[in-house]
Design a protein around this ligand. Structure first.
Ligand code: DHB
Ligand code: FE
Length: 263
Protein backbone atom coordinates (compact mmCIF):
# COMPACT_ATOMS: atom_id res chain seq x y z
CA UNK A 1 0.00 0.00 0.00
CA UNK A 2 1.22 3.48 -0.85
CA UNK A 3 1.13 5.26 2.50
CA UNK A 4 2.17 8.62 1.06
CA UNK A 5 -0.92 9.00 -1.20
CA UNK A 6 -3.80 11.20 -0.04
CA UNK A 7 -6.87 9.54 1.46
CA UNK A 8 -8.98 7.80 -1.19
CA UNK A 9 -12.43 9.45 -0.88
CA UNK A 10 -14.18 6.66 -2.77
CA UNK A 11 -12.63 4.01 -0.50
CA UNK A 12 -13.59 6.00 2.61
CA UNK A 13 -17.22 6.56 1.58
CA UNK A 14 -17.92 3.06 0.22
CA UNK A 15 -16.34 1.46 3.31
CA UNK A 16 -18.49 3.65 5.57
CA UNK A 17 -21.67 2.81 3.60
CA UNK A 18 -20.87 -0.90 3.89
CA UNK A 19 -20.26 -0.59 7.65
CA UNK A 20 -23.55 1.25 8.13
CA UNK A 21 -25.51 -1.32 6.11
CA UNK A 22 -23.82 -4.18 8.01
CA UNK A 23 -24.89 -2.63 11.32
CA UNK A 24 -28.52 -2.54 10.10
CA UNK A 25 -28.41 -6.16 8.87
CA UNK A 26 -27.04 -7.29 12.26
CA UNK A 27 -29.50 -5.16 14.27
CA UNK A 28 -32.47 -6.80 12.50
CA UNK A 29 -31.05 -10.35 12.08
CA UNK A 30 -31.69 -10.14 8.33
CA UNK A 31 -31.92 -13.61 6.76
CA UNK A 32 -30.35 -14.83 3.52
CA UNK A 33 -33.85 -14.99 1.95
CA UNK A 34 -34.51 -11.35 2.88
CA UNK A 35 -31.07 -10.33 1.60
CA UNK A 36 -31.67 -12.11 -1.73
CA UNK A 37 -35.18 -10.58 -2.00
CA UNK A 38 -33.58 -7.16 -1.56
CA UNK A 39 -30.99 -7.90 -4.26
CA UNK A 40 -33.72 -9.12 -6.63
CA UNK A 41 -35.75 -5.99 -5.97
CA UNK A 42 -32.72 -3.89 -6.95
CA UNK A 43 -32.38 -5.91 -10.17
CA UNK A 44 -36.06 -5.26 -10.99
CA UNK A 45 -35.63 -1.57 -10.18
CA UNK A 46 -32.70 -1.39 -12.60
CA UNK A 47 -34.62 -3.24 -15.31
CA UNK A 48 -37.48 -0.75 -14.93
CA UNK A 49 -35.03 2.18 -15.28
CA UNK A 50 -35.87 3.37 -11.75
CA UNK A 51 -32.55 3.04 -9.91
CA UNK A 52 -31.98 6.79 -9.89
CA UNK A 53 -35.59 7.36 -8.81
CA UNK A 54 -35.13 4.89 -5.93
CA UNK A 55 -31.98 6.71 -4.79
CA UNK A 56 -33.66 10.11 -5.21
CA UNK A 57 -36.72 9.12 -3.17
CA UNK A 58 -34.62 8.24 -0.13
CA UNK A 59 -31.36 10.17 -0.44
CA UNK A 60 -31.36 13.18 -2.78
CA UNK A 61 -32.80 15.45 -0.13
CA UNK A 62 -29.79 14.77 2.11
CA UNK A 63 -27.40 15.80 -0.68
CA UNK A 64 -29.40 19.05 -1.00
CA UNK A 65 -29.04 19.72 2.73
CA UNK A 66 -25.28 19.16 2.50
CA UNK A 67 -25.01 21.50 -0.50
CA UNK A 68 -27.08 24.20 1.22
CA UNK A 69 -24.66 24.10 4.15
CA UNK A 70 -21.56 24.09 1.94
CA UNK A 71 -22.70 26.61 -0.69
CA UNK A 72 -25.31 28.94 0.85
CA UNK A 73 -27.94 30.87 -1.11
CA UNK A 74 -31.65 29.97 -1.24
CA UNK A 75 -32.89 26.61 0.00
CA UNK A 76 -32.44 23.92 -2.62
CA UNK A 77 -34.35 20.70 -3.08
CA UNK A 78 -34.41 17.66 -5.34
CA UNK A 79 -34.14 17.91 -9.13
CA UNK A 80 -36.20 14.77 -9.74
CA UNK A 81 -36.13 12.63 -12.88
CA UNK A 82 -37.94 14.98 -15.27
CA UNK A 83 -35.47 17.79 -15.92
CA UNK A 84 -34.58 18.27 -19.60
CA UNK A 85 -31.51 20.35 -20.45
CA UNK A 86 -32.82 21.70 -23.74
CA UNK A 87 -36.15 23.27 -22.75
CA UNK A 88 -37.08 26.20 -25.04
CA UNK A 89 -36.77 29.86 -24.07
CA UNK A 90 -40.34 31.11 -23.65
CA UNK A 91 -41.83 34.54 -24.00
CA UNK A 92 -44.25 35.11 -21.14
CA UNK A 93 -45.88 31.68 -20.99
CA UNK A 94 -45.10 27.96 -20.89
CA UNK A 95 -46.65 25.89 -23.69
CA UNK A 96 -49.84 24.30 -22.32
CA UNK A 97 -52.61 22.05 -23.60
CA UNK A 98 -55.13 24.24 -25.48
CA UNK A 99 -57.94 22.86 -23.30
CA UNK A 100 -56.06 23.24 -19.98
CA UNK A 101 -58.68 24.69 -17.63
CA UNK A 102 -56.71 24.54 -14.40
CA UNK A 103 -56.16 27.68 -12.34
CA UNK A 104 -53.80 30.12 -14.06
CA UNK A 105 -50.44 30.55 -12.32
CA UNK A 106 -48.06 33.49 -12.50
CA UNK A 107 -44.49 32.53 -11.63
CA UNK A 108 -42.41 35.60 -10.93
CA UNK A 109 -39.58 36.92 -8.86
CA UNK A 110 -35.97 37.90 -8.99
CA UNK A 111 -32.50 36.45 -8.82
CA UNK A 112 -29.97 38.08 -6.51
CA UNK A 113 -26.54 37.25 -5.17
CA UNK A 114 -26.22 36.33 -1.49
CA UNK A 115 -25.86 40.04 -0.56
CA UNK A 116 -29.19 40.84 -2.26
CA UNK A 117 -27.72 42.49 -5.37
CA UNK A 118 -29.82 41.73 -8.50
CA UNK A 119 -28.32 39.27 -10.99
CA UNK A 120 -29.37 40.20 -14.55
CA UNK A 121 -29.21 37.74 -17.44
CA UNK A 122 -29.54 34.65 -15.22
CA UNK A 123 -31.47 31.74 -16.76
CA UNK A 124 -34.49 30.56 -14.77
CA UNK A 125 -35.58 27.14 -16.02
CA UNK A 126 -39.10 26.19 -14.89
CA UNK A 127 -40.84 22.81 -15.23
CA UNK A 128 -43.91 21.17 -13.73
CA UNK A 129 -46.50 18.54 -14.60
CA UNK A 130 -49.64 19.03 -16.68
CA UNK A 131 -53.19 18.65 -15.25
CA UNK A 132 -52.86 14.86 -15.69
CA UNK A 133 -49.57 14.66 -13.75
CA UNK A 134 -47.43 14.21 -16.88
CA UNK A 135 -44.15 16.02 -17.60
CA UNK A 136 -43.04 17.32 -21.02
CA UNK A 137 -41.07 14.55 -22.75
CA UNK A 138 -42.63 11.88 -20.51
CA UNK A 139 -46.01 11.18 -22.10
CA UNK A 140 -46.59 14.63 -23.65
CA UNK A 141 -44.43 16.63 -26.12
CA UNK A 142 -41.00 17.70 -24.81
CA UNK A 143 -41.64 21.44 -24.87
CA UNK A 144 -44.88 21.44 -22.86
CA UNK A 145 -45.02 22.78 -19.29
CA UNK A 146 -41.31 23.59 -19.32
CA UNK A 147 -39.29 26.59 -20.42
CA UNK A 148 -36.52 29.07 -19.69
CA UNK A 149 -36.63 32.82 -19.12
CA UNK A 150 -33.77 35.30 -18.64
CA UNK A 151 -33.75 37.82 -15.80
CA UNK A 152 -33.93 41.47 -16.90
CA UNK A 153 -31.52 44.24 -15.89
CA UNK A 154 -33.19 44.38 -12.44
CA UNK A 155 -32.77 40.61 -12.04
CA UNK A 156 -36.52 39.97 -12.47
CA UNK A 157 -38.40 37.29 -14.36
CA UNK A 158 -42.04 36.31 -14.96
CA UNK A 159 -43.98 33.64 -16.82
CA UNK A 160 -47.46 32.16 -16.85
CA UNK A 161 -48.74 28.61 -16.72
CA UNK A 162 -51.40 26.66 -14.81
CA UNK A 163 -50.96 25.21 -11.34
CA UNK A 164 -49.67 21.62 -11.26
CA UNK A 165 -51.36 18.69 -9.52
CA UNK A 166 -49.98 16.23 -6.93
CA UNK A 167 -47.90 13.61 -8.72
CA UNK A 168 -47.76 9.84 -8.05
CA UNK A 169 -44.57 7.86 -8.74
CA UNK A 170 -45.30 5.29 -11.49
CA UNK A 171 -47.77 3.10 -9.61
CA UNK A 172 -46.80 -0.20 -11.24
CA UNK A 173 -43.05 0.46 -10.89
CA UNK A 174 -40.74 -1.16 -8.31
CA UNK A 175 -40.11 2.10 -6.39
CA UNK A 176 -43.81 2.72 -5.68
CA UNK A 177 -44.29 -1.00 -4.93
CA UNK A 178 -41.50 -0.89 -2.33
CA UNK A 179 -43.05 2.18 -0.65
CA UNK A 180 -46.47 0.49 -0.60
CA UNK A 181 -45.04 -2.69 0.96
CA UNK A 182 -43.41 -0.43 3.58
CA UNK A 183 -46.91 0.91 4.34
CA UNK A 184 -46.15 4.29 2.77
CA UNK A 185 -47.87 6.17 -0.03
CA UNK A 186 -46.00 7.18 -3.20
CA UNK A 187 -47.26 10.70 -3.93
CA UNK A 188 -45.49 14.03 -4.23
CA UNK A 189 -47.36 17.27 -3.44
CA UNK A 190 -48.12 19.61 -6.36
CA UNK A 191 -44.85 21.38 -7.13
CA UNK A 192 -43.04 23.68 -9.54
CA UNK A 193 -39.38 22.96 -10.31
CA UNK A 194 -36.72 25.63 -10.82
CA UNK A 195 -33.11 25.56 -11.99
CA UNK A 196 -31.37 28.94 -11.81
CA UNK A 197 -28.11 29.31 -13.75
CA UNK A 198 -25.63 32.12 -14.16
CA UNK A 199 -21.96 31.83 -15.16
CA UNK A 200 -19.71 32.29 -12.12
CA UNK A 201 -22.45 31.23 -9.65
CA UNK A 202 -23.51 27.89 -8.21
CA UNK A 203 -26.60 26.56 -9.98
CA UNK A 204 -29.63 26.58 -7.69
CA UNK A 205 -32.08 23.67 -8.04
CA UNK A 206 -35.27 24.04 -6.04
CA UNK A 207 -39.06 23.67 -6.00
CA UNK A 208 -42.16 25.45 -4.68
CA UNK A 209 -45.15 23.83 -3.00
CA UNK A 210 -48.67 25.17 -2.30
CA UNK A 211 -49.81 25.84 1.26
CA UNK A 212 -52.77 23.66 2.21
CA UNK A 213 -52.14 21.18 -0.63
CA UNK A 214 -52.16 17.40 -0.25
CA UNK A 215 -48.87 15.77 0.84
CA UNK A 216 -47.28 19.13 1.78
CA UNK A 217 -47.23 18.63 5.57
CA UNK A 218 -46.02 15.59 7.49
CA UNK A 219 -43.19 13.17 6.87
CA UNK A 220 -42.62 10.66 4.08
CA UNK A 221 -43.79 7.89 6.43
CA UNK A 222 -47.20 9.50 7.03
CA UNK A 223 -49.01 12.30 5.17
CA UNK A 224 -46.02 14.12 3.64
CA UNK A 225 -44.04 14.11 0.39
CA UNK A 226 -42.85 10.58 -0.49
CA UNK A 227 -39.50 12.13 -1.55
CA UNK A 228 -39.13 14.35 1.55
CA UNK A 229 -38.40 17.36 -0.66
CA UNK A 230 -40.59 19.94 1.10
CA UNK A 231 -38.93 22.61 3.26
CA UNK A 232 -40.99 25.28 5.09
CA UNK A 233 -39.61 28.23 3.10
CA UNK A 234 -40.48 26.52 -0.20
CA UNK A 235 -44.24 26.45 0.63
CA UNK A 236 -46.09 29.34 -1.04
CA UNK A 237 -49.13 30.94 0.59
CA UNK A 238 -52.32 31.57 -1.38
CA UNK A 239 -51.38 34.84 -3.09
CA UNK A 240 -53.62 35.87 -5.99
CA UNK A 241 -53.83 38.39 -8.77
CA UNK A 242 -57.35 38.26 -10.20
CA UNK A 243 -58.01 34.57 -10.85
CA UNK A 244 -54.33 33.67 -11.06
CA UNK A 245 -52.30 32.13 -8.27
CA UNK A 246 -49.04 34.05 -7.86
CA UNK A 247 -45.88 32.13 -7.03
CA UNK A 248 -43.14 34.58 -6.11
CA UNK A 249 -39.49 33.93 -5.26
CA UNK A 250 -36.27 35.73 -4.57
CA UNK A 251 -33.65 33.22 -5.62
CA UNK A 252 -30.32 34.00 -3.92
CA UNK A 253 -27.43 32.35 -5.72
CA UNK A 254 -23.93 32.02 -4.32
CA UNK A 255 -20.74 32.90 -6.17
CA UNK A 256 -18.56 30.00 -7.23
CA UNK A 257 -15.38 30.16 -5.22
CA UNK A 258 -12.57 31.07 -7.58
CA UNK A 259 -9.23 29.28 -7.65
CA UNK A 260 -7.45 29.57 -4.31
CA UNK A 261 -4.77 32.28 -4.60
CA UNK A 262 -1.19 31.00 -4.57
CA UNK A 263 0.83 32.17 -1.58
C1 DHB B 1 -39.09 12.60 -7.98
C2 DHB B 1 -39.02 13.98 -8.01
C3 DHB B 1 -39.98 14.71 -8.66
O1 DHB B 1 -39.95 16.05 -8.73
C4 DHB B 1 -41.05 14.09 -9.27
O2 DHB B 1 -41.95 14.86 -9.90
C5 DHB B 1 -41.12 12.72 -9.24
C6 DHB B 1 -40.15 11.97 -8.59
C7 DHB B 1 -38.04 11.83 -7.33
O3 DHB B 1 -37.09 12.43 -6.79
O4 DHB B 1 -38.11 10.59 -7.36
FE1 FE C 1 -41.40 16.83 -10.09
Amino acid sequence: MNTTSKPNRLETIVSDIVSSVREVLIRHNVTFEEYRAGCNHLVKTGEAGELVMLADVFLNTTICEIEDTMIGGSTSTIEGPFYLEDAPFVDGSLKMHPDDSREPMIVRGSVTDTSGKPVPDAIVDVWHCDPNGLYGGFGIPNDMYRGKVRTNTAGQFELRSTIPVPYPLPQDGPTAKLLHRMGRHSWRPAHVHFKVKKAGYHTLVTQNYFEGGDYVLGSASDTGDCCDGVRPDLIKSDQREGVARVVENVFRIALEKGPVAAH
